[in-house]
Ligand binder design. Structure first.
Ligand SMILES: [Zn+2]
Length: 291
C-alpha cells in the first residue's frame, strides 16, 4: 500500500489505533510514510463499515449535541477570524460569495453568515436544507458536483475538516479548475507535526480513527496540488484546544479498558498539557489563491 500523498511505499513506523471516540471495536493500522512523513490508514474497512462510521444518528459533526455544538461554535468563531484576515489580505471584493464545501452541520459557514455582506453557501451530502436564512443557503450535494461552483462563482471556498477523510485528493484540483481567477481556496486540516500527537500517541484525537485516512504536515500538504505554478499558496497554523481535550478523554477511556501506570500518570499531567500546542499549533490552514 502506498502513501496517498506522495505515492511512496516506504514506511518508517506503524501504529494501531482504537476508535475511542465512538467506542466501536475497530482497531485501525496507520503507517508513517518514510518519504513525506504523512500518516495514512491501512485499507482494512469494507464499504458498509466505512459508511456506518458517518451514521447520521451517531456521528457528532452531523448530529451535534449541546456540548459539541458549544465547542464547535467557539472554534468556528476563531476560524472565522483567521479567514477574514485572508479575505482582507487578498482584497477579496464585495459582495463576497463563500462556499463551505462538505460543511457538516454548518458551524463555520453559520458564523461567516453573520456578516450580511457575505452571500454564504453550505454544501454537504447530509446537510439540513431547512436551516436556510437570508444570506445562507444549504445545498444537499456531494463535493464532486462542480455545477454549484460554476453557477455561484464564489470568491472563497473553504474545505474544513474534510480532506483528512479522503484517500484521493484529486477533487481539490477539480474544484480549483472551475474556480475563478484571483479567488481563494482555504483548506483546514489536522497537523501531524504537533506536541499533542507526540504526547497522546495512540489516544491523539487527530487520528479520529478509523475516519481520518490521511493526516498531513505543513510540507507534504502542498503535494495535493497538481500544478503549483497556477497558484500562490501560503501555509498557516491554527490552534484547536479541543483536539487535546478529546485526546484527554480518549486517555480516560484507554485507562478504563486497560489499567496502566503510564496512562494514569499521563492523565494526571494532562491539565498542564491541554495547551501544549499553543506554540506548535495543531491545525494547518493552506490558503491557495488562483492566479
Ligand atoms: Zn508520503
Amino acid at each position: 500500500m502506498a502513501c496517498s500523498i506522495c505515492k511512496s511505499t516506504g514506511t518508517h513506523d506503524s501504529i494501531l489505533i482504537k476508535d475511542y471516540e465512538y467506542n466501536t471495536k475497530h482497531i485501525t493500522q496507520y503507517y508513517v510514510c518514510s518519504n513525506c512523513d504523512g500518516i495514512y490508514r491501512n485499507k482494512i474497512l469494507n464499504y458498509n463499515i466505512e459508511k456506518s462510521l458517518y451514521d447520521k444518528k451517531s456521528y457528532k459533526p452531523v448530529k451535534g449535541g449541546i456540548i459539541y455544538d458549544l465547542l464547535k461554535n467557539i472554534n468556528s468563531y476563531y476560524e472565522k477570524i483567521f479567514i477574514l484576515k485572508y479575505l482582507k489580505k487578498y482584497k477579496i471584493k464585495n459582495p463576497t460569495k463563500i462556499i463551505d464545501m462538505a460543511c457538516g452541520k454548518g458551524y463555520l459557514i453559520g458564523k461567516l453568515a453573520k456578516n450580511l455582506n457575505f452571500k454564504c453557501f453550505g454544501i454537504d451530502i447530509n446537510v439540513d436544507t431547512e436551516n436556510n436564512t437570508n444570506n445562507i443557503n444549504f445545498i444537499q450535494s456531494s463535493y464532486t458536483n462542480l455545477d454549484f461552483i460554476k453557477n455561484i462563482k464564489p470568491n472563497l471556498i473553504i474545505i474544513n475538516n474534510f480532506i483528512e477523510h479522503m484517500e484521493d485528493h484529486s477533487f481539490i484540483n477539480n474544484i480549483l479548475d472551475v474556480m475563478e481567477n484571483k479567488s481563494l481556496l482555504i483548506i483546514i486540516t489536522p497537523n501531524t507535526n504537533t506536541n499533542g500527537k507526540k504526547y497522546f500517541k495512540d489516544c491523539w484525537s487527530g487520528f479520529h480513527a478509523p475516519r481520518h485516512k490521511v493526516i498531513f504536515n505543513e510540507r507534504n500538504i502542498q503535494n495535493i496540488l497538481k500544478s503549483k505554478n497556477n497558484y500562490q499558496t501560503e501555509i498557516r497554523f491554527l490552534y484547536d484546544p479541543f483536539t487535546n481535550l478529546i485526546s484527554t478523554i480518549n486517555l480516560f477511556k484507554k485507562l478504563k479498558n486497560d489499567l496502566s501506570f503510564i496512562t494514569l500518570i499521563k492523565i494526571l499531567i494532562c491539565p498542564f498539557i491541554l495547551f501544549l500546542d499553543l506554540i506548535n499549533k495543531n491545525r494547518i490552514m493552506m490558503v491557495i489563491r488562483k492566479k
